[in-house]
Structure formats: C-alpha cells, structure tokens
Write a protein that binds this ligand. Structure first.
Ligand code: SF4
Ligand code: SF4
Length: 92
C-alpha cells in the first residue's frame, strides 16, 4: 500500500519562443530527461531553436526555463486528459 495514494507525477508542457532563441543548447544539454534537441530549422536570427522530442517525459523541473539566457523557453503543467477507457464502451 502506498502512502501517496492516487498521486500522479506532474508532466510538464514545454513552450518555446523560437525567435528569441540563440541556439546555445543549454536547455538541450542540461535537461535531466534529455527530451530536447536542436532542430534543423533556422529562426529569424539564423539560429537553430530546440524542439521537444519526447513530450510525455518532461518532469516539470523547469531547469530549461531557469537556465535559458534568452527567456525563450518555459514550462507549464500539462492539463490532465480524461482517462482513456473511462466511460468508453466496447468498440466491438
Ligand atoms: S522542465 Fe525539466 S524535464 Fe522538462 S524540458 Fe525542461 S529541463 Fe527538461
Ligand atoms: S537555452 Fe534558450 S537560447 Fe539556448 S538553445 Fe535553449 S531555448 Fe535557445
């Protein structure tokens, strides 16, 4: 039996302002879940902004947000979606 009952881990939703980014890759290097990667695309300044490659694995530690020198990335708590299977009848 768990002392934490029905507590679920928080999942973060990452938001990136691509045109503020200067492509330093701090967020990519220091993300503890390794979920960010620099993209191939160029932003308005000619840098490669990051993208989220594993969106379900963000733990909302906000390290990327804290470390970004350009305030180009921030994280919010992902809204909980309705549990799949709840009120879903058999599709057969
Ligand atoms: S909040 Fe943490 S886990 Fe999520 S992208 Fe940023 S550094 Fe990675
Ligand atoms: S830390 Fe900020 S400026 Fe650096 S790559 Fe990430 S989003 Fe871009």
């Amino acid at each position: 039996m768990s002392y934490f009952g029905d507590l679920k881990p928080i999942i973060g939703e990452v938001h990136i302002n691509k045109d503020r980014c200067k492509g330093c890759a701090f967020c990519v290097e220091y993300c503890p879940r390794n979920i960010l990667e620099l993209s191939e695309e160029f932003n308005i300044k000619g840098y490669h902004p990051p993208f989220v490659k594993k969106s379900e694995e963000c733990c909302y530690c906000q390290l990327c947000e804290t470390i970004c020198p350009e305030f180009a990335i921030f994280v919010t708590v992902k809204e909980e979606e309705e549990e799949e299977g709840e009120n879903v009848e058999s599709r057969s």
